[in-house]
Ligand binder design. Structure first.
Ligand code: ZN
Length: 179
């Protein structure tokens, strides 16, 4: 059994701040595919409620640099109200976003962050993402709102070395724009 616990890099490692480059989707190297498979495995274990069994922190999504792959890949897999959201995408780009802001009332969490960072993380309420779908092997456009929009922004930020707590207002962590 792979030790899933050990694959995640933590934010005390400055390498998480490094910018990832595009994945060559027509020429994925075996070592890149291995890391992508691990990302999927980790989040699917959580999706199947087996995080405890594997001794890992539960999560709904992961970015490739969190497992040491510095080519842009994001995997999202969660369910809300019987709707399953599952995306394994490469080279995602946010091409449009709403002015309206959304945030999780309890703040965000991250597989790579062990210390608590309380506070509001303002996100765009709705985004359009263009990416390469690694499951169906084609370019796709995702029109995301709600949890999916927040989740995708969190993961796409990782690829630019940005962590969620970078956005928390230092003077007033619970500050949220009225919009
Ligand atoms: Zn994260």
């Amino acid at each position: 059994m792979i030790e899933l616990k050990k694959i995640i890099l933590y934010d005390n490692d400055p390498v998480l701040r490094k910018h990832s480059t595009d994945l060559d989707v027509d020429n994925i190297k075996p070592e890149e595919q291995d890391l992508i498979d691990l990302m999927v495995k980790y989040i699917d274990v959580c999706y199947n409620d087996e995080a405890e069994k594997y001794g890992i922190k539960p999560g709904i999504a992961v970015a490739s640099n969190q497992v040491g792959l510095f080519k842009k890949v994001v995997y999202v897999h969660f369910k809300i109200n019987d709707t399953e959201y599952k995306y394994l995408i490469a080279n995602p780009k946010i091409t449009a976003y709403s002015y309206a802001i959304a945030y999780l009332a309890d703040g965000e969490g991250c597989l790579s962050v062990e210390n608590k960072h309380e506070g509001i993380v303002p996100r765009r309420a709705r985004i359009i993402v263009k990416a390469y779908d690694l499951i169906n092997k084609k370019e796709i456009t995702i029109d995301a709102s709600g949890m999916l929009a927040i989740c995708l922004q969190h993961e796409i930020d990782h690829l630019s070395g940005i962590l969620y707590y970078d956005y928390i207002n230092k003077e007033d962590p619970m500050f949220a724009k009225p919009e």
